[in-house]
Design a protein around this ligand. Structure first.
Ligand code: HEM
Length: 137
């Protein structure tokens, strides 16, 4: 059994493109319907179709699968891209809790769910730092 971080093991554990797409759909459904997430939801456009496609494609590559985001949209630096918004700990925690909720709804092993949440906290923390850095200038 390969470690999740090796090769495309995480991409496979997530169920490939379809599995990641389902996660992202569930994530935005939670974001859309959960009143406590309104503060973050308002940062996104009304129509979430492109946001869904972008996050799905990004996560495919990020989990060791095909680099579908880069193929369609080019290079991205996650922290600097998000620095246009004031994303502090509160916004980060809302985003992560919508993700935790969506992850819980997937038919994945407990070990993979835990791994994925741990991994997602890394870029989420970097976003907060980058967002603060541009505002403190
Ligand atoms: C920390 C909390 C986060 C907040 C509040 C947040 C918020 C947002 C917002 C408002 C957008 C713009 C959507 C649009 O205009 O269509 C966006 C786009 C995106 N986010 Fe995040 N995000 C967070 C964390 C993350 C993390 C951890 C990742 C990656 C693991 C990520 C990946 C992306 C990607 C790939 C896009 C699309 C970029 C593009 O427009 O090309 N985000 N995010």
């Amino acid at each position: 059994m390969p470690q999740f971080g090796e090769g495309d093991a995480s991409y496979q554990a997530a169920g490939g493109y379809e599995g990641i797409r389902q996660l992202v759909d569930d994530f935005y459904q939670t974001m859309d319907g959960f009143e406590g997430a309104a503060e973050v939801r308002r940062l996104y456009p009304e129509d979430l179709s492109e946001a869904r496609d972008k996050l799905t494609r990004f996560l495919c590559g990020w989990l060791g699968g095909p680099r579908l985001y880069r193929e369609r949209y080019g290079q991205i630096s996650i922290p600097s891209f998000h620095a246009r918004w004031a994303i502090h700990e509160a916004e980060r925690d809302i985003w992560l809790s919508c993700m935790a909720d969506a992850i819980e709804r997937q038919d994945w092993s407990g070990a993979f769910k835990e791994y994925l949440m741990t991994q997602l906290r890394v870029p989420a923390d970097r976003i907060v730092l980058a967002s603060r850095a541009v505002r403190d200038l």
